[in-house]
Structures are given as C-alpha cells and as structure tokens.
Design a protein around this ligand. Structure first.
Ligand code: RTP
Length: 150
C-alpha cells in the first residue's frame, strides 16, 4: 500500500474561523490517515523557510505576516495519492477559482486568506514535513484499512 504523505496546514484564518474540525473531517472521511497534528504559533523565520520559493514575489511580506498572525494547525496526512488528491480537496489557490465542494471553494474568497496549505509535490511534502515535524510522526495503522483499500 502507498505510504505517500502530505503536509497540510490550516492557516490562521481557518483556525480563527473555527474550521479546524470541518477540515480534518474532510481528509478523515476521504479515507486518509492522520499521522501528526499540532496547534502552534509560527516564528517569522519558520514561515519564511516554508515559503522560501516565493521570496521574490511581491506578496511575500504580506504572506509571511498572514502566516504568523495567529496559530496554525500543522498536520501530516497519509494515503494513496494524498498529495494530488489533497490539493483537489483544498481547491485552487485563488478561492474565486476554487470549485464549490472544495475547502477554499466553500469557505474562502481572497487568495491572501485562503484558509489552508497543502504540499504540491511528494518531494516538497517530505521537505515540509521535515521542516514542521522533524521525525516525530505517529506510527499507527487504523483498524478500518481493509475497508478503504482493496
Ligand atoms: P499553499 O502553498 O498555501 O498551499 O498555496 P498554493 O500552493 O496553492 O499557492 P502558492 O502559489 O504556493 O502560494 C502560496 C500562498 O501565497 C498566497 N498568495 N498570495 N496575493 C497573491 O497574488 C498571492 N498569491 C499567492 C496564498 O496564500 C497562497 O496559498
């Protein structure tokens, strides 16, 4: 069975708006396995590292200010195709282009308040998981797995 993992982060607006349970529910009900979870305040240096690829963009300072503006919920979800499927569950980066039924399509309007982050490649997921969690993932297999995977 695939052991692909994705780094999923509920951004400060998602936490402030009480969307934590709703977001976890969507990944859980799809069949993905939660491997790590923490609520944390984010240091500026950590936000800058996470978004280092975007450091030359004009919106970078506002993006970092947004990410450090309140606690985030950092998570690792695991399962077949979770990186690409996670991005589908989340919806397009700009919520005005996100399909209804996606997290951003249901709960957001502006790109600078788009509720949630999801890794875009398996390689980036590994880097992001290392940045946010180090080695401290919980090793477990839910009993219901035969009802998710054939
Ligand atoms: P994320 O990394 O947060 O999952 O978002 P993404 O891959 O869908 O989009 P990306 O291009 O990596 O952008 C990262 C975050 O930067 C903010 N952003 N603002 N003002 C703007 O034009 C703009 N463009 C991007 C968004 O919060 C986006 O999620």
């Amino acid at each position: 069975m695939a052991t692909e993992q994705s780094y999923i982060m509920i951004k400060p607006d998602g936490v402030q708006r009480g969307l934590v349970g709703e977001i976890i529910k969507r990944f859980e009900q799809r069949g993905y396995t939660l491997r790590a979870l923490k609520l944390q305040s984010v240091e500026r240096a950590q936000a800058e590292k996470h978004y280092a690829d975007l450091s030359s963009k004009p919106f970078f300072p506002a993006l970092v200010d947004y990410i450090i503006s309140g606690p985030v919920v950092a998570m690792v979800w695991e399962g077949k195709g979770v990186v690409a499927t996670g991005r589908k569950i989340i919806g397009a980066t700009n919520p005005l282009a996100s399909e209804p039924g996606t997290i951003r399509g249901d709960f957001a309007i502006e790109v600078g308040r788009n509720v949630i982050h999801g890794s875009d490649t398996v390689e980036n997921a590994q880097k992001e998981i290392a940045l946010w969690f180090g080695e401290s993932l919980v090793d477990w297999t839910p009993a219901a797995k035969p009802w998710i995977y054939e």
